[in-house]
Design a binder for this molecule. Structure first.
Ligand code: NAD
Ligand code: ZN
Length: 329
């Protein structure tokens, strides 16, 4: 088992992470699952006495306040108090909604993330952000609040649908490009099926964890993690409005391809990134830059009509707060 220390909690990665689960101090425990993690993942957890299971329906559309009320209602009915614990067993949706519900129930009870998707492991469970969607606005209501522990068991990936695994990989590629050229070389020299997940997840989390420790509240350096996401979010919205939603990972890969065009990196590096992404992933057609402008100008990170990009300085290094007007684009 490998350990990464974050600000005030640890992240354990490995096949025997569950022996790190010390639950003796909790009076009651709830395990939050969706129908898929209930079926495929719950059996891997040790049997916990005093625990109940709360199942919500899977999917981004359920990451809303109605689902929170459903969860809080069950906690209340079962007399959960300040000494209770919530374990979030699932992907980013479970982590986000569980983290949010626990953070404000009784002004905050402890929670633990047990991520079961690749996105959950390398991204959503790391960094202390949680929240829900509100009136079609993604992650509009939420908090910064850390879990007590993150337990990552790569075995969960065995049952994950293939495209979830594949496009979850986009955040690992992003982490390599913004901060670790060695990891980038390692990605390039391995085929997608030959990775040691434990090692890869560890190296990827190390990168995000270091950045968020420097800037927990997203006021500066943390923006590096937005590389590929300014165009990426615009592309996601474009396809959503067309009623042909695409995966976040697909949009981020396309966003990174567009944003390397704005980055001041060598032609050789540009070609290397393009080749890697285009030969490993089958992506939807890229919308025209013109069609994306109306989504870009709504981006939360903009300042007075200027669009905020995080751009590569070289492979393994990234700058943030690069403001471009729509004419410059
Ligand atoms: N808080 C953050 O910092 C942060 C960062 C990145 C993403 N997110 C959020 O994460 C969410 C996306 O997370 P996601 O990609 O994990 O999607 P998800 O949670 O919707 O999970 C994807 C699907 O896989 C199923 N599933 C999960 N684990 C499984 C397993 N081991 N075996 C079989 N099926 C399994 C789920 O039931 C679901 O149907 C978004 O809401 C996003 O906003 C948050
Ligand atoms: Zn992302």
């Amino acid at each position: 088992v490998k350990e990464i220390k974050s600000s005030d909690y640890s992240i354990f990665i490995g096949k025997n992470t569950f022996n790190r689960l010390n639950i003796s101090k909790y009076s009651k425990i709830a395990i939050l699952v969706d129908e898929n993690t209930n079926r495929d993942c719950l059996n891997y957890l040790p049997k916990l006495h005093n625990s109940i299971t709360i199942e919500i329906s899977s999917g981004e559309k359920n990451k809303n306040i109605a689902t929170c009320e459903f969860i809080w209602n069950i906690l209340n009915t079962n007399n959960f108090n300040k000494k209770s614990l919530l374990i979030n067993l699932g992907g980013g949706v479970i982590g986000d909604i569980g983290g949010f519900c626990a953070s404000i129930y009784l002004r905050g009870i402890d929670f633990i993330h047990v991520p079961t998707t690749l996105v959950g492991m390398v991204d959503a469970s790391i960094g202390g952000k949680s929240g829900i969607n509100f009136e079609k606005l993604k992650n509009h209501i939420g908090v910064f609040n850390n879990p007590k522990l993150v337990l990552i068991n790569p075995n969960f990936l065995n049952t994950l649908p293939e495209n979830q695994l594949k496009f979850g990989f986009s955040e690992i590629i992003k982490h390599a490009l913004i901060a670790d050229s060695n990891l980038w070389n390692c990605l390039q020299s391995n085929s997608f099926t030959s990775f040691c997940w434990e090692e890869l997840i560890y190296r990827s989390i190390k990168i995000k964890n270091k950045i968020i420790m420097h800037d927990p509240l997203d006021e500066g350096e943390r923006r590096k993690l937005n590389f590929g996401h300014t165009y990426g979010h615009a592309i996601e919205s474009y396809y959503l409005v067309k009623d042909k939603p695409i995966m976040h990972g697909e949009a981020v890969l396309m966003g990174m391809l567009m944003e390397i065009e704005l980055s001041l990196i060598t032609k050789k590096d540009k070609r290397e990134i393009q080749n890697y992404i285009l030969s490993n992933f089958n992506l939807p057609p890229q919308p025209s830059k013109k069609a994306l402008i109306k989504y870009l100008i709504k981006d939360k990170k903009n300042i007075s009509e200027k669009i905020n990009f995080s751009l590569l300085k070289s492979i393994g290094d990234c700058s943030y707060n690069n403001f471009l007007t729509k004419d410059e684009l």
